[in-house]
Design a protein around this ligand. Structure first.
Ligand code: ACO
Length: 402
């Protein structure tokens, strides 16, 4: 038996922890130069170490952020990342202890929610996480990708000088506000790291409305193949496109479609309902090549998390929540537009807290989870009302890797 210990790491331990994480992902340790940009993501008190017999065996860190929920509130939320356990120390409960340390810390800080992007889909459900947003990858044939004449038009687009991206883009993102449920606050450390890891040929552009106010931006990287060895096609890889309205979005796509020396545009992490095809003369020039789970959410404090979002007008529904990892969340909740309260009444529905997390931002319906056996229905008449309560008019989307 090993002696387990879990604690926040001291500043001097941040870099060894980062190297351990990189090795767990089969990546090389960070260089001194990279550490300059990455180190700020290690917030004092929020980098956790898991020790076996006194030796660092695993790590996980939380970034301080906030999550937009249905109704528009921004809920304080811990962004969990940097999770890794030494390959020779896995399956000894190190991740389990790190998760518990993170949830305790989130509760102490009054964060009712934690969130992450998962390396594998089978890791986090046991800790109560559920898939709360999904995203798609689109691939566009640039030579067929003309916009329809009735596509929204307006404003102007400016290229950013590479050095200006770090100062301009955070302000533009902040100015837009969190554009959908599922969008998250990007702190300074996030921008430091993301711009530092971008390749040197990365391009950023900003869209301005007719009054000169920035209302959207885009970052992409041209990937060219050398025509002496193969067909020499060039793909623009779009990593970040956030727009405040339909005009900015259409203009940013137009900018991509009109790029010279470009054969293909591939955009990752896009909202499922983004109307790119509807903007195009030839909608088949846009193919969805992947749809995947995006943001995983954990309701660390179920009542506080549910109270932070709005629900549609409908009769309250009585939901029994199972939570093996954080059992003080267990119980029956009356969930309605006016109140979320614990109750001793008999539940109409039962579900694991991971299923409730999947419902939280409106990405999936209660009925769909019931059909999959993830929600147990004791009173079938309650199901349509529960669907209506949780439904949102906007498809949730995160769009921020971390
Ligand atoms: C948010 C992010 O940062 S995502 C990045 C996650 N990191 C990685 O994928 C790096 C490579 N993998 C690793 O470092 C480790 O294998 C981890 C972190 C995934 C798991 O760490 P471990 O210390 O082995 O987990 P731990 O021993 O606490 O396992 C808890 C349970 O989860 C299960 N489990 C853990 N990882 C996996 C997995 N990848 N696939 C299936 N089951 C898993 C264990 O079998 C165990 O089950 P049990 O309780 O029924 O026995």
């Amino acid at each position: 038996m090993h002696a387990h210990e879990f604690r926040p790491l001291a500043d001097t331990e941040f870099r060894p922890a980062r190297d351990l994480f990189m090795r767990a992902l089969n990546l090389p340790p960070v260089t001194d130069e990279m550490w300059q940009s990455v180190s700020r993501t290690s917030e004092p008190g929020r980098v956790f170490g898991g020790f076996l017999d006194g030796e660092l065996a695993g790590t996980a860190l939380t970034g301080t952020s906030a999550l937009a929920v249905p109704g528009g509130a921004e809920v304080p939320a811990g962004a969990v990342t940097g999770v890794g356990v030494r390959a020779d120390r896995t399956r000894r409960g190190v991740l389990t202890g790190l998760m518990r340390a993170q949830f305790d810390d989130a509760r102490e800080r009054g964060e009712p929610v934690t969130m992450l992007h998962a390396s594998e889909a089978v890791i986090y459900e046991r800790f109560g996480y559920g898939v709360a947003t999904r995203s798609r990858t689109v691939s566009l044939d640039r030579f067929r990708a003309a916009l329809r004449p009735d596509a929204p038009r307006g404003g102007r687009i400016d290229l950013l000088e590479p050095e200006a991206a770090r100062t301009v883009l955070p302000d533009v993102y902040r100015g837009l506000g969190l554009v959908r449920p599922g969008s998250i606050v990007r702190g300074d450390a996030w921008w430091d790291m993301n711009l530092a890891v971008a390749p040197r040929d990365a391009v950023a552009v900003v869209h301005y409305d007719p009054a000169g106010v920035p209302d959207g931006f885009l970052r992409y990287e041209p990937k060219s193949r050398d025509h002496r060895f193969d067909d020499g096609t060039v793909t623009l890889q779009v990593r970040d496109l956030v727009a405040g309205d339909a005009i900015a979005a259409a203009e940013l796509w137009r900018f991509l479609f009109e790029r010279d020396l470009t054969d293909r545009i591939v955009a990752v992490d896009r909202p499922l309902d983004e109307p790119v095809e509807w903007l195009m003369v030839d909608r088949r020039a846009c193919r969805t090549t992947a749809v995947g789970d995006d943001l995983w959410v954990r309701l660390v404090d179920v009542a506080a998390a549910l109270r932070a979002r709005t629900f549609n007008a409908a009769e309250p529904v009585l939901v029994e929540v199972h939570d093996r990892f954080l059992p003080d969340n267990e119980g029956t909740y009356r969930i309605g537009p006016e109140e979320v309260e614990r109750t001793e009444q008999r539940p109409q529905l039962s579900m694991d807290v991971s299923a409730l997390a999947a419902l939280y931002l409106g990405d999936v319906s209660v009925s769909a989870l019931a059909a999959a056996g993830r929600v147990q229905v004791h009173e079938p008449a309650a199901l349509p009302g529960a669907d209506h309560l949780f439904t949102t008019d906007v498809v949730p989307w995160c769009g921020t890797p971390f």
